[in-house]
Design a binder for this molecule. Sequence first.
Ligand code: S3P
Length: 427
Amino acid sequence: MIHNNIKSAKSLSGEIIPPPDKSISHRAVIISCLSEGRSIIRNFLRAEDPVRTLDAFRHMGIDVEDNGKDIITHGKGLNGLKEPQNIIDCGNSGTTMRLLSGVLAGQSFPATLTGDASLMRRPMQRAISPLSEMGALITSKKGGYPPLHIKPGELKPIHYKSPLASAQVKSSILLAGLYCHGVTSVTEPEKSRDHTERMLKTVGVNIEIKGLTVSITGKARLNPLDITIPGDFSSAAFFIVAGTIVYNSNVVIKNVGINPTRTGLIDILKRMGADIRFENTREVSGEPVADIYIKSVHLTGIELGGNEILRALDEFPILCIAASVASGTTKIRGARELRVKESDRIASMARALKKMNVDVEELEDGIIIKGAQRLWATSVNSYGDHRVAMALTIAGLVSQGEMNIENTECINTSFPEFFDTLNKLRT
Ligand code: S3P
């Protein structure tokens, strides 16, 4: 097991570029491989999770070239995939498993999806239920856990009222909708990230968005994709918070995707008093992008929940670190979904913060953190969760002494250059 010792930082200064967006990288692979012809994916994230998705399509007979710079796929259309010779291993990636389920439901061959120990504990019923309603034939372990066995079935369109705001569930249904005659729709209780809808539109699929409902017309022919993937906001988030909480810092993060379904952290940090601004806002391949300028300030605790935390759900671990050094109390509610991410993120963060001598109370759907001036440097565990590992590393920058973060290899699932990027900013 790999561990890292992190010394506190005097200040952070300089300019960095975050890794390419993970969510968009998965979708670029899937949509390009279902299109007809040669697609080009620029700035693809070469990290474990999206590479799982890419390998899955290689195993289903799609030619993929990697020239070291761009990824080029040679899609053969919606029905151009062939039966994989082996079980498809999704590794740690929930996005790979849930989105591929939607694609596989529409194929004329069977396939099995499996994953690592963490993924085997994650709920898949949320995707299995709507796909089964569409006619998919999916069996799983009792309770809706992987492995998933998907047999060929005849799909029909449905209008699904989702009990969850989940981009993975929504995307799974939309991808299965490609294989249906007619219009399939999904209505969510709140709007989840919309990268799938944006990308399907760019390849010519008829997608309609009305409020919280997305509709797709199936059996379309997908044009090849030509995409430049923006930097990942969720990876930039660690340095947005680091630049804010490390004394005397001045950080610039270039080329960051600022899709409004993802940027809740900015609104939250601004309410806590942060000095963050977007510059050079532009659109790249149908997604909004900006450079982000951050100056350090002293934060103040706040109460938050509802749509605000939903737009920052993946940023919960790093938000906990911001709250831990803020004055006053921060209370986060409405985040029950965190219990079923790569780890139980509420429990993982509460345990680590307690070890750092932070006054913290775990709630069923959130956390209460009483801010402290300095964190105790100690030994903490990521529980194999990449976002917990990176958040605890940033905590090490504002702790007294040297922090030891155990189990950091998981960072490779989303941000292989995380430590190099951090070292660039140390003064
Ligand atoms: C993702 C959707 C979110 C997010 C995950 C990536 C995606 O999950 O937490 O990290 O790429 O669609 P849910 O769909 O479960 O909310």
